[in-house]
Ligand binder design. Structure first.
Ligand code: SF4
Length: 198
């Protein structure tokens, strides 16, 4: 099973297949891999020790950043991410980013952004929609329509604690909705990237 896989200058960490969403564009419905990753379906969630062992197979200095991405929502494993990131920081100054759906507060039923502040450098949050109704339609989160407000709160708290916070939307939504998402992101002073559906 694939725990670490490189894409370009980034080394991706796949530590869970769990996710509270069912996004209409989720890559997992189309394929089991990204680039040359091999299958990203895990036969078990790797322990912290297993992830550390995997890092021995790679030269971290060959990369510009480590990205917790998961073939699932990485922050389901919040505590493990913090421990693994602290391990990485003990051996390297490499930038560490999390790609997340932004629902960690609902997953863990507490404020989570503050817990990332000493371990994580950057967070990219999938905004996915300009409002709570469309967000619910596009991402189908198990937490219901309150999910969008929780995402926005998580994003604004990340801005307080982390240097680098960004949003993304997939061009699955209309141009007008993308424009509205851009306005929302601008109001929050968070850059937004439009991604093409893979
Ligand atoms: S949040 Fe990510 S992993 Fe989860 S369903 Fe959406 S695209 Fe897939």
């Amino acid at each position: 099973m694939t725990i670490l896989y490189p894409i370009g200058d980034s080394l991706y960490v796949n530590i869970t297949n769990q996710c509270p969403c069912r996004c209409v564009f989720c890559i997992r419905m189309e394929t089991d891999h990204v680039g040359n990753s091999g299958s990203l379906w895990l036969d078990h969630e790797p322990s912290i020790e297993e992830v550390k062992e995997e890092f021995k197979k790679f030269n971290i200095d060959d990369y510009k950043e480590i990205v917790f991405c998961g073939y699932g929502e990485p922050l389901v494993r919040l505590n493990e991410i913090i421990e693994i990131s602290n391990f990485i920081k003990s051996i390297s100054n490499i930038k560490i980013r999390i790609n997340t759906n932004g629902l960690a507060d609902l997953i863990h039923n507490k404020d989570t952004a503050v817990l990332l502040k000493d371990s994580i450098d950057a967070v990219s949050i999938s905004l996915n929609a300009p409002d709570k109704k469309r967000y619910y339609e596009v991402t189908r989160p198990k937490f219901g329509e309150k999910s969008f407000d929780a995402l926005l709160k998580f994003a604004s708290q990340c801005k307080k604690y982390l240097k680098d916070v960004s949003f993304s939307v997939v061009d699955e939504i209309s141009d007008e909705e993308i424009d509205n998402a851009k306005k929302l992101a601008k109001d929050m002073d968070i850059p937004l990237r439009v991604r093409h559906k893979q």
